[in-house]
Design a protein around this ligand. Structure first.
Ligand SMILES: NC(=O)c1ccc[n+]([C@@H]2O[C@H](COP(=O)([O-])OP(=O)(O)OC[C@H]3O[C@@H](n4cnc5c(N)ncnc54)[C@H](O)[C@@H]3O)[C@@H](O)[C@H]2O)c1
Length: 249
């Protein structure tokens, strides 16, 4: 039986990258997937492609920093499909400002999208899940939410560390309500949009990965799928690293 048979799932940042792969995998595993992003053309193309392969999906614009937008997207999904079972808070940005690395513009943007976006997603998804049979929230953090990196990436570290601990607080608070909340921590992966990592930087990072290779998006998607599914029914507040052994050192 498909692992998400009959589930209703929202995946943010689903127009490209890991979110796209997660949305495709969820649909293959029987979920109806609401793909959300601010990159409308790409998001619509992915949703159309999923539908043309006979699976259930739709694209809806969602800027994760906008609380009214969250209210509307989750309200519409519940009105249309009857409930919400799964939320993957995947949307995120990388970035730093080399010119102004003590400035707060980049810091604010990182915290707004990566941390507040996840907070708002949990807040509104939990409201919907409480009205139903509970649910599963998977928050995408990073190894940068577990170990430090460098001065330039402190904003990213702070945002991903926030995701890691918000996950645990929500897991504790809503455990009795049947809402599980876990975090996934990818390591060195294909670069994010706008990433600073050139091939020299990536190669030097690679030497510190025990498996000596970058991860594949599917390898993260399968971890997310497991935590989203009922197979993980006794797992909440956990952090699952998908990093080729990096944080084991
Ligand atoms: N790629 C990596 O090396 C890596 C490593 C660890 C963790 N992560 C995390 O995994 C997640 C996905 O990363 P990726 O590599 O697939 O990134 P990506 O840049 O390929 O895709 C991110 C998606 O999020 C969307 N997005 C950005 N801002 C948004 C907003 N305000 N509202 C809605 N959508 C928005 C983008 O349009 C894009 O489609 C992120 O949270 C990232 O921090 C990535």
């Amino acid at each position: 039986m498909p692992r998400l048979e009959g589930k209703i799932a929202i995946v943010t940042g689903a127009a490209r990258g890991m979110g796209e792969v997660e949305a495709r995998l969820f649909a293959e595993e029987g979920a109806t997937v609401v793909l959300c992003d601010v990159s409308d053309d790409a998001g619509q193309r992915v949703a159309d492609d999923i539908v043309s392969s006979g699976r259930a999906a739709e694209y809806v614009r969602l800027n994760v920093t906008d609380e009214d937008n969250w209210r509307q997207v989750i309200g519409d999904a519940v009105a249309k499909y009857g409930r919400l079972d799964i939320l993957v808070n995947n949307a995120g940005i990388s970035g730093y400002d080399e010119e102004d690395n003590l400035g707060t513009t980049t810091w604010d943007r990182l915290l707004d999208i990566n941390a507040k976006g996840v907070f708002l997603g949990m807040k509104h998804a939990i409201g919907a899940m409480e009205q139903g049979d509970g649910g599963s929230i998977v928050n995408i953090s990073s190894i940068s939410g577990i170990v430090g990196q460098d001065f330039l990436h402190m904003g990213y570290n702070a945002s991903k560390g926030a995701v890691r601990l918000m996950t645990k607080s929500a897991a504790i608070r809503w455990a009795e309500a049947g809402i599980r909340v876990n975090s996934v921590h990818p390591g060195l992966m294909p670069p994010m949009a706008g990433s600073s990592a050139n091939s020299e930087t990536r190669n030097s990072m690679m030497t510190n990965v025990p498996m000596k290779r970058a991860g594949r998006r599917e390898e993260v998607a399968y971890a997310v799928l497991f935590l989203a599914s009922d197979e993980a029914s006794y797992i909440t507040g956990a952090e699952l690293v998908v990093d080729g052994g990096f944080t084991a050192q």
